[in-house]
Design a protein around this ligand. Structure first.
Ligand code: ADP
Length: 496
């Protein structure tokens, strides 16, 4: 056979031997090697050459622990030195191109008729691929062993053939106890047919979807598990069994049940709170109406210059405040039940703003409110009473939270697609972490609790703006005042 490597005198049939093989003389000088050996070494050493490296044609060699191996220390050198055979001795070879191969060497010394050493023959088996398969197998085995899920292997009859530590802990059987038994061991009686279905599907090569079920431990404890079942195929692709991964979901189910319980409880408490607000607000409204009627009667009956008028006016003012609080509470309970109604109409924004400002000034005559309106005097399509609730809340907050001498500014402008109303005060401002929360129901900043209020005005205003497809937000810095913005989409200003 004509082959580039077989320019060596081929003394025997080893030239065509399918296994890498070479021989040396008694001093270790290579006297023959076949193509397999040359390919394994990645080089073609000179034969019968005293200048060539003795003992092995390998470029470099390493012990199996990775340390370098001198040629004089290689198994062939030792076989010649001690005149003894070496079998299945593992070394690593490095080729001139840097690639490496794991090799098992089998060396037999050769003797002449007088029992004089004349050389040795070395048969080499490459095991590089086997090594990586072995490493993968170890890695997988370690993964399976360390998993807290139960991982169980079984054949097509359901007989358990592997049982990891997770399975031992979950079901209480050691692997010795479980292997060889049928997996029905851990299936409660009333669920035995699950196994029939699983095995039938696996045999037919059908997918088994993950499902939640119950399994039974050695001590009879029922364990809720989530099962994932996959077929196991042999090297020719035939299904020979199934792997079953069981995850204990008791904690998850417990947590889910607790969550359900708490959310039911929360809903119940929330409903009671809504009922309470709705009921008390309505109960308060009637006596207040009677109080107001009586005060107004007294106001008209008592001479205007009487000193009692001062008391009556003060009482009417307090009645008005109480009325606003109760109305807000009623609106909140309407929001909760989705019954807050709106009546949309088109009206002039500037005229509307004037009306709101005048109303608030009659109650707070000493405050200064600067107006900066949109010159085009736009109209808006909105619920006038509801939007006035928003503006009254913003104005009364600005008055409440800023000093008496500080002016308040009311601006109205069109910006692109939106018509925006903005109320600015020079009050204490709102820290950035509180800016989102001030729109929550009943939220009041700690520092502001000395001022009267219930923390519902901004929440209500936000709901009202949402019903107008509008936006509602604050821009503020602590110590540098606040600006509240209510903006309406422009198409809303065009409809009627
Ligand atoms: P209330 O004013 O009755 O507390 P609101 O819902 O109107 O309720 O406001 C919620 C909270 O937002 C207030 O308690 C206050 O902490 C903060 N806040 C509202 N407006 C201002 C403002 N102009 N300046 C500073 N803080 C404000």
């Amino acid at each position: 056979m004509d082959h580039p490597f077989i320019d060596i005198p081929a003394p025997n049939i080893l030239s065509h031997f399918p296994v890498p093989v070479y021989t040396t003389d008694a001093k270790g000088v290579i006297s023959f090697y076949n193509i397999g050996a040359a390919n394994l070494w990645g080089r073609k050493p000179q034969v019968n050459s005293p200048t060539e490296q003795a003992f092995s044609g390998a470029w470099k060699m390493y012990h199996s622990d990775g340390t370098a191996m001198a040629h004089a220390q290689c198994p062939m050198a030792l076989a010649l030195k001690f005149k003894k055979s070496y079998h299945q001795t593992e070394i690593t070879i490095e080729r001139p191109d840097g690639s490496r191969a794991n090799v098992l060497e089998n060396i037999n010394p050769l003797f002449d008729d007088n029992s004089e050493l004349i050389g040795a023959v070395n048969l080499m088996y490459e095991i590089t691929n086997l090594k990586s398969i072995e490493a993968d197998t170890y890695r997988l085995a370690a993964l399976v062993e360390s998993s807290s899920d139960a991982i169980i292997g079984k054949n097509l009859q359901g007989v358990i053939n592997s049982w990891n530590r997770g399975a031992e802990e979950m079901f209480g059987y050691t692997s010795d106890e479980a292997i060889g038994k049928n997996v029905r061991l851990i299936i409660p009686d009333e669920r035995q047919e699950e196994e029939d279905n699983i095995l039938a599907k696996i045999r037919n090569g059908e997918k088994v979807e993950s499902f939640e079920t119950i399994r039974k431990s050695k001590h009879g404890k029922l364990i809720p598990v989530s099962l994932t079942i996959s077929p196991i195929k042999n090297s020719s692709g035939t299904i020979v069994g199934a792997s079953k991964i069981a995850r204990d979901i008791s904690m998850m189910i417990k947590a889910q049940n607790e969550l359900k319980h708490y959310s039911r409880e929360l809903k119940r408490i929330n409903n009671s709170k809504d009922d309470f607000i709705a009921m008390t607000s309505h109960e308060l409204k009637n006596p207040l109406a009677i109080l107001k009627a009586n005060l107004q009667f007294l106001e008209s009956e008592i001479p205007s210059d009487s000193e009692w008028q001062v008391l009556i006016q003060k009482s009417l003012k307090q009645e008005e405040k109480l009325h606003v609080i109760i109305s807000n509470l009623i609106d909140i309970s309407r929001i909760q039940t989705g019954t807050l109604s709106f009546v949309f109409k088109t009206f002039s924004v500037n005229e509307f703003l004037d009306e709101c400002i005048e109303n608030i000034l009659t109650l707070n005559p000493r405050r200064k409110i600067i107006r900066e309106y949109e010159p085009s005097d736009p109209s808006i399509y909105a619920d006038r009473i509801r939007v006035s609730q928003v503006l009254n809340n913003l104005l009364s907050n600005a008055i409440k939270y800023s000093a008496e001498n500080d002016p308040i500014q009311v601006r109205c402008y069109i910006d692109g697609e939106d018509l925006t109303i903005c109320v600015t005060d020079a009050g204490p401002g709102i820290s950035s972490d509180q800016q989102e929360r001030i729109f929550d129901m009943f939220f009041r900043a700690k520092e502001m609790r000395s001022f009267p209020g219930m923390g519902i005005g901004l929440y209500l205003s936000k709901q009202i703006m949402a019903a107008h497809n509008g936006k509602f937000w604050v821009e503020s810095e602590e110590g540098a005042g606040s600006s509240f913005f209510a903006s309406f989409p422009i198409p809303q200003t065009k409809k009627d």
